[in-house]
Design a binder for this molecule. Structure first.
Ligand SMILES: [Zn+2]
Length: 474
C-alpha cells in the first residue's frame, strides 16, 4: 500500500527462482478500560432517547469549535487508554474502549489482540491523532451505528525493544462512535473498500511467539515456532557476512517476521501484489540518507517459499534481505533497482560456490536460444508478478558481479553509496522520496559515479555487461 512505497524501494524482494535453482542444482548441500471516555461538559445528545434513523453524523457539533475540541480531547484520551492497556496487557481496560454495541466478532478480535501481543517486547505503543484529516462518514454507510461517528486520521507508532531506535508508524483507519456522552472505538475496517485500510501486524492474526538470536529478533505464530532457532542461526550468520561486505555503518540488528501464509504476508507488508515468486522482502517505512535514520526495518518471510529452498538457497535469501537493511540508509532515489537488487544478490551469493549457470538458469535459457539482453532491467521489471522477474534479478546480479570484478567489492559498495547519496546536500535538504528535484538527474548520478569508480560511462558499462552475459551463459 501507499504507506510502504512512499519511500523508494521500500519493498525489495528476492525472487524464489534463484533459490529454487539453487535447490535443483545443489540439493543436499550442507545443512542442504473500563476505558470509556466521557466527554466532560458535552451536551446530552438529542438522539439518545429515540434513536431516529436520520442522524446528524457530526454528533450535533456543526461548526462549533469548542464542541469539536471536546470530541478531539475525548478520542485522544481514548487512544491513550488503549495504548496504555495494550502495553500493560490489561485486556479488560482495553476492551472497555471498544463500542459495547460492536459486533461480537470485532470485540473478540480486540480481546485477542491484547493476548497475542503479550510476548512481543514492546518498548513503545502509541497512537497519533490528526483531527485535520477526516474520512467522510455518510448516512448510507454509517446508519447502522445509530449514533454520531467520527473518523479522523490515526497512526499507530510502535517500537520493538532493543531493535527500533525510533517508533515505526503504520496507518489505522478507525471509526469512533459516541454513546451516552462517551466515545468508543466502533470499527477498524469501515473504509477498507475505499482504500482506508488499517495496517495489520502479525498479532492481528494470532498469538505471537518470540525468539531472540544474537543479532536477531524473530516473530512468528506458535505453529512456526519450531523453525525459529534455525532461521535465527541463518540471520546471525548473515549479519557478520553482510557487514564484512558492506561496512559497519548500520544497526546490525535484524527483526524477522514470519506470517502464517502468503495472504497474511500481503497484509503485514501492505502490498496486494503477487507474492507467488517471492521468498522474503525487506521493508522500511522511512529512510533519510541525510541523517542515516531508518524506521521500521523488517525482513518478512514468505513461509512456504522459504521452506522450499535448500540450505544454500536460504543462506542467499537471508543475506540478500539483510543486505537491503544494511544499505537502506543510503538507498536514495537515484539508485536504479537493478543496482539495489544486484548488490543484494551479490552479497547473497558471495562465497557460496553457486555456479553462474545455476544461479542464472532462466537467463541462460534465453541466451542459449539467442535472446540476448539489450538493456539493464528497468525498475518496473522487478515488480511483484513481473513476467521476467527471475531474469531481471539474474541480469542485476551479473551486472554487480561485473562491477566487483572491475573495481573490487569495495568499488561496488562505493558506487552504490555514491549513487544512493547523490542528492544529499543538494537543493537544501533534499531527501529520499523527492525525485528529480536535484541538479543531478537520476541517470546522470549513475553515469558520474561509473566514470569515477569504473573509468567508463554508463553506456560503455552496459555494452561490457551485455558481452559478459553472452560469454558467461552461452
Ligand atoms: Zn531484494
Amino acid at each position: 500500500m501507499r504507506w510502504l512505497v512512499a519511500v523508494l524501494a521500500a519493498v525489495i524482494a528476492v525472487q524464489v527462482g534463484v533459490g529454487l535453482a539453487v535447490v535443483q542444482g545443489l540439493a543436499g548441500s550442507p545443512g542442504g478500560v473500563s476505558g470509556a471516555v466521557a466527554e466532560a461538559g458535552a451536551p446530552a445528545p438529542p438522539y439518545a432517547a429515540t434513536r431516529p434513523d436520520t442522524l446528524d453524523y457530526s454528533g450535533g457539533l456543526g461548526a462549533d469549535p469548542a464542541a469539536a475540541a471536546v470530541r478531539q480531547t475525548a478520542v485522544r484520551t481514548l487512544l491513550d487508554r488503549r495504548a496504555h492497556a495494550l502495553l500493560g496487557g490489561d485486556r479488560t481496560s482495553f476492551l472497555g474502549t471498544v463500542d459495547p454495541e460492536a459486533p461480537a466478532a470485532f470485540r473478540t478480535r480486540q480481546a485477542h489482540l491484547v493476548d497475542n501481543l503479550a510476548r512481543v517486547p514492546l518498548a513503545l505503543w502509541t497512537y497519533q491523532l490528526d483531527p485535520t484529516v477526516e474520512q467522510p462518514v455518510t448516512a448510507a454507510g454509517f446508519a447502522r451505528y445509530h449514533a454520531p461517528v467520527w473518523a479522523p486520521r490515526v497512526t499507530v507508532c510502535y517500537a520493538l525493544r532493543g531493535f527500533d531506535s525510533t517508533c515505526t508508524e503504520r496507518p489505522q483507519s478507525l471509526t469512533f462512535v459516541r454513546r451516552a456522552h462517551r466515545w468508543y472505538l466502533g470499527a477498524d475496517d469501515d473504509f477498507a473498500a475505499s482504500g482506508g485500510r488499517t495496517w495489520r501486524g502479525l498479532w492481528d492474526f494470532g498469538p505471537v511467539s518470540v525468539y531472540h538470536g544474537r543479532y536477531s529478533l524473530l516473530l512468528a505464530h506458535p505453529d512456526n515456532a519450531g523453525r525459529l532457532a534455525a532461521l535465527a542461526r541463518l540471520v546471525d550468520q548473515a549479519v557478520p557476512a553482510v557487514t564484512a561486505a558492506w561496512g559497519t555503518d548500520w544497526t546490525r540488528r535484524v527483526v524477522v517476521v514470519i506470517p502464517a501464509s502468503q495472504r497474511e504476508m500481503a497484509e503485514v507488508i501492505g502490498d496486494a501484489g503477487s507474492l507467488t515468486d517471492i521468498a522474503a522482502v525487506a521493508t522500511a517505512d522511512y529512510a533519510d540518507p541525510l541523517t542515516g535514520v531508518v524506521r521500521g526495518q523488517r525482513v518478512v518471510v514468505n513461509p512456504a517459499n522459504l521452506a522450499r529452498l535448500g540450505y544454500t538457497g536460504q543462506v542467499v535469501v537471508i543475506r540478500h534481505e539483510v543486505t537491503h537493511l544494511a544499505s537502506r540508509a543510503v538507498t536514495g532515489p537515484d539508485l536504479p533497482t537493478w543496482l539495489v537488487e544486484g548488490l543484494a544478490d551479490y552479497v547473497g551469493y558471495l562465497g557460496t560456490g553457486v555456479p553462474v549457470s545455476v544461479a542464472s538458469q532462466e537467463l541462460r535459457t534465453e541466451v542459449q536460444r539467442g535472446d540476448y539482453p539489450t538493456a539493464l532491467p528497468a525498475d518496473g521489471d522487478f515488480g511483484f508478478g513481473s513476467a521476467r522477474l527471475p531474469q531481471s534479478y539474474e541480469e542485476a546480479w551479473l551486472a554487480c558481479r561485473l562491477i566487483a570484478k572491475l573495481a573490487g567489492r569495495t568499488g561496488l559498495v562505493r558506487l552504490y553509496r555514491q549513487v544512493g547519496t547523490a542528492r544529499v546536500g543538494q537543493v537544501g535538504n533534499a531527501r529520499v522520496g523527492q525525485r528529480d528535484t536535484g541538479r543531478v538527474g537520476r541517470g546522470q548520478a549513475l553515469d558520474q559515479a561509473m566514470r569515477r569508480v569504473l573509468s567508463m560511462s554508463y553506456q560503455q558499462f552496459v555494452q561490457r555487461w551485455q558481452a559478459t552475459v553472452v560469454t558467461e551463459l552461452s
